[in-house]
Design a protein around this ligand. Structure first.
Ligand SMILES: Cc1cc2nc3c(=O)[nH]c(=O)nc-3n(C[C@H](O)[C@H](O)[C@H](O)COP(=O)(O)OP(=O)(O)OC[C@H]3O[C@@H](n4cnc5c(N)ncnc54)[C@H](O)[C@@H]3O)c2cc1C
Length: 274
């Protein structure tokens, strides 16, 4: 917006050399399968080969994603086991993520909203590859899929306009962190920065960076801004053990199942969970 001509030579050079973090494939599944019986719990599964992590991550960034039949690395999580009040009594929801390089999707960077057949076919093949990988940890899951959807770097570009679909802002390499990262006060008067490319990435990193930047603008400390509110009480319940759940939560779990028609009768549920 300012125009590159108005930036210092140092900043122009820094922008030119900035590298962005990797992007991802994110598979969303709904399955009619008992995930607990299949061996999952509320925790996450990280699939990694037993080899040098640096070599492995470099391999993951290869451009040809169809060169092998399964992904060597993947993250799997079952959201309906983390939050039992979201489980309808029959269907579980899963997320599976693998990290990739944007170049594997570069040829689709100008996709119109009406996606091309080539893009959809590519997506389908990658989705199958992710499911084949998942099968190794959760046998037979492919026979229980009732809904599947894949998010790609193009999806990230569409929804959040992240550079080359990156998921974590700037790459967190030595030359781009700490004193070498973009700072919250920019060289442009009254332009302050926050988010995943400043302090640290992810929801936590971006949030803390927001508080720190606000503190800088307000000439105070981050601690001055984070105040405990006695009216707000965070409660954390153990996903694996329902014995301590309060009545309102038991009722919510029962209602969710009854509403979908896959749970016990609502009157029965209320009786069992008074
Ligand atoms: C698919 C995916 C899954 C993720 N999962 C996790 C996770 O499980 N845990 C975790 O900690 N982190 C996760 N991350 C990373 C985390 O979401 C980001 O690090 C964090 O949201 C970054 O916050 P931000 O405010 O810097 O940027 P964003 O949250 O991306 O916000 C930037 C905003 O700017 C808007 N914008 C962009 N360009 C323009 C423009 N030209 N004009 C106006 N507005 C614009 C965008 O629409 C967006 O709303 C995930 C990221 C992705 C993409």
């Amino acid at each position: 917006m300012v125009g590159t001509a108005h930036l210092s030579t140092g900043l122009r050079k820094k922008l030119q050399n900035t590298k962005y973090s990797c992007t991802s494939l994110m598979l969303f599944l709904t399955v009619d399968m008992d995930m607990r019986q299949a061996g999952m719990d509320s925790g996450n599964i990280w699939i990694y080969p037993d080899e040098d992590m640096d070599v492995f991550y470099d391999e993951m960034m290869q451009e040809d994603l169809l060169a092998s039949s399964y992904f060597k690395g993947m993250f799997v999580s079952c959201t309906t086991l983390k939050d039992p009040s979201s489980y309808d009594g029959k269907h579980h929801c899963l997320e599976a993520i693998t990290y990739i390089h944007y170049d594997a999707f570069a040829r689709f960077e100008n996709e119109s909203l009406e996606r091309s057949q080539a893009y959809l076919q590519y997506k389908n093949l990658l989705m199958q590859k992710m499911i084949v990988t998942l099968e190794q940890k959760i046998p037979n899951i492919s026979r229980h899929i009732v809904h599947q959807s894949l998010g790609t770097p193009i999806t990230n570009e569409h929804y959040i306009n992240s550079t080359r679909g990156c998921v974590y802002g700037t790459e967190k390499t030595l030359k781009q962190i700490g004193p070498f990262a973009f700072q919250s006060k920019s060289e442009i008067d009254n332009l302050y920065l926050c988010g995943a490319s400043i302090l640290s990435h992810g929801v936590a990193g971006a949030s803390i960076s927001g508080v720190q930047t606000a503190a800088k603008i307000l000439h105070c400390t981050a601690e001055d801004l984070i105040k405990t509110d006695p009216t707000q009480q965070l409660q954390i319940f153990e996903a694996e053990d329902s014995s301590q759940y309060p009545d309102w939560l038991k009722r919510k779990i029962g209602l969710r199942k009854a509403k979908s028609g896959f749970g016990e009768n609502i009157a029965e549920t209320a009786q069992n969970n008074p």
